[in-house]
Write a protein that binds this ligand. Structure first.
Ligand code: 5GP
Ligand code: ZN
Length: 134
């Protein structure tokens, strides 16, 4: 997509520090890493959300994530990771081209877990479950 930063990175029109590349996906270092080794994985085709990926892209995307994790484990001696996507503006997505964060976690990084992202009043589990299953 024209004017999309990550499309430009995928097409090598903008330079990035590439960790892994396939026909469908690209992994590169985040320009403002939260921890050493913080890597982003993107589909090469423009997709806004994870739920927009085609099945062949999903498989390739996850293979690249797994491969990058193993590289970071080995090369940076990383044991733990926080993995995730800010998917949509209410989740904090700032670039509308899907990007999966692989964030290596270190003993003294002082970060929280995925449970610290949001704090909402307790839900009625059965009501939500009914809505999802209907
Ligand atoms: P979001 O908040 O949308 O989930 O994450 C966007 C991420 O993209 C941020 O972590 C930010 O540091 C990273 N980023 C923004 N611009 C660039 C860039 O030009 N190059 C690289 N490598 N990362 C970028
Ligand atoms: Zn794009």
């Amino acid at each position: 997509m024209k004017d999309c930063l990550f499309c430009k990175i995928a097409k090598k029109e903008i330079k990035s520090m590439i960790v892994k590349e396939t026909n469908l996906s690209l992994a590169f270092l985040d320009i403002k890493p939260l921890t050493p080794g913080h890597t982003l994985v993107i589909p090469k085709r423009h997709r806004n959300s994870f739920s927009d990926l085609k099945n062949d892209e999903v498989l390739d995307f996850y293979k690249v994530i797994k491969n990058v994790m193993n590289t970071l484990r080995k090369k940076l001696k990383v044991e733990s990771f926080t993995l995730g996507v800010n998917d949509g503006k209410h989740a904090g997505q700032t670039i509308s081209h899907l990007h999966f964060h692989i964030i290596p976690r270190y003993p003294e990084d002082k970060g929280g877990s995925i449970h610290s992202i949001v704090n909402f009043p307790p839900e009625n589990l059965e009501e939500i479950y009914d809505k999802i299953k209907k």
